[in-house]
Design a protein around this ligand. Structure first.
Ligand code: SF4
Ligand code: ZN
Length: 420
């Protein structure tokens, strides 16, 4: 830990001791929630002439003007410039916002990209903490930690809902999409190394993500390219090279190298981790997974729920109920946290047959992944419009109705071997 900030100008404490602090609803002044309203967090590389160093701007209401206990929009754009800055470093800096904001006493942050959630406690508010102080923290932390690449930094924070909608949809999402597209040509077989990520050990001490080109970190924010950039920026940091020279079982995605790495980075808590199975030694989950998949025994398939989905699944569990069985950095065969983009990967549950096991997803998620998922299903199995065979909450919220629907559609999972 090389954070060397001594004097950030905020009215509450700032220290890694506060990183694991949780703000409960009854203790919160206001919250910001990207799963319900438009939010975004973004690092944007600019020309040095466009940036006024240490300028912090808030566009929209301050916490004082927000209703007590309310859910609000927030979008912050951290503009950076530096002659060694590369756009590959942007997502790496962005992912650290989670740690920076969590180090503020009385402030809590989860999620990333356009799905972050922040709570400000009543105590922090009463101590004088305001939106602009988030800007102070981001400015000081980015300048401190990334001084090798960031020479100038300016922060613009939007709380005006219309501006947040504009930043999210017109600025942030196109950038996120472009980043994701860069990965499309890479496969696990085409690279020589994978990367570990242990950024989430503050919350889940034994959690290790193994990040490969076809399997991004379960938070959805750390791709193989991001992990590579993280390693370049900080060779002793959270992302380390994992070689893949000693495969044990290519179908499971198990390697002696991977096992050794997870043993080391989990301080012995984990022994074996496979990359492509949810039944045999699945990867652990921390708490910030974008989605959870869990086995649905009546159809031999899996149900996937995303964090934004507030309803019921055919497993008889909501997302929070599934999350309570899955998180904490332990292996739970049959349940696994993962990123949204992993759903259309050829490596998704490859050991159990792959994406043809997917029998149910919330409608919104299904629409989000449809193009990519249909393309993968066509390539792997020759199935057209695979998503039309997958149930959602408008079709079924219980296993009987779901199986009837799958039978009618001739869903391939029904003909596969049971998973347990
Ligand atoms: Fe890293 Fe995994 Fe946490 Fe994402 S979920 S920050 S990849 S440890
Ligand atoms: Zn996490």
């Amino acid at each position: 830990i090389k954070i060397k900030i001594t004097n950030i100008d905020i009215p509450v404490a700032f220290a890694s001791a506060f990183e694991g602090e949780i703000i409960r609803r009854k203790d919160m002044q206001v919250e910001f929630d990207g799963s319900r309203v438009d939010c975004a967090e973004l690092v944007h590389t600019c020309d040095a002439s466009e940036i006024e160093d240490h300028k912090i701007t808030v566009i929209g209401p301050e916490v004082d003007e927000m209703e007590f206990g309310s859910k609000n929009s927030i979008a912050y754009v951290v503009k950076v410039a530096g002659k060694n800055m590369q756009s590959d470093f942007e997502p790496v800096i962005e992912r650290k916002f989670h740690n920076y904001i969590n180090c503020i006493e009385g402030v809590y942050h989860t999620g990333q990209r356009d799905m972050q959630r922040i709570r400000i406690s009543i105590d922090a508010f009463n101590a004088g903490f305001r939106i602009k102080h988030i800007g102070e923290v981001l400015y000081a932390s980015v300048k401190n930690e990334f001084d090798a690449v960031v020479d100038k930094c300016e922060v613009v924070i939007y709380t005006d809902p219309a501006e947040c909608t504009r930043i999210r949809h017109e600025v942030a999402i196109p950038i996120f999409d472009k980043r994701d597209e860069r990965l499309d040509t890479l496969t696990d077989e085409s690279v020589d190394v994978y990367y570990s990520c242990i950024l989430c050990q503050a919350f889940a001490p034994s959690h290790v993500c193994v990040v490969t080109p076809e399997r991004l970190g379960l938070c959805g924010a750390v791709s193989w390219l991001d992990a590579k950039a993280t390693h370049q920026l900080d060779p002793a940091g959270p992302c380390q090279i994992i070689t893949k020279e000693r495969p044990i079982d290519e179908n499971l995605g198990s390697y002696e190298d991977v096992d050794e790495a997870v043993q080391k980075f989990s301080q012995g808590a984990l022994e074996h981790v496979t990359l492509y199975s949810i039944m045999q030694d699945p990867m652990t989950s921390c708490g910030c997974f974008e989605c959870i998949c869990g086995i649905e025994p009546f159809s031999n398939g899996v149900v996937i729920a995303n964090r934004e989905y507030a309803g019921m699944t055919p497993l008889g569990m909501t997302f929070p109920e599934m999350a309570s069985m899955t998180g904490g950095g332990v292996q739970t065969p049959g349940f696994m946290g993962h990123g949204k983009h992993f759903i259309s990967s050829k490596k998704f549950m490859k050991a159990e047959g792959g994406i043809e096991r997917i029998v149910w997803m919330p409608k919104e998620l299904k629409e989000f992944v449809a193009d990519r998922l249909n393309k993968t299903a066509k390539e792997l199995y020759g199935i057209d419009n695979f998503t039309d065979m997958i149930g959602d909450e408008t079709i079924a919220e219980d296993p009987e109705t779901l199986v009837a629907f799958l039978t009618e559609k001739g869903h391939p999972a029904l003909g596969l071997d049971p998973m347990m």
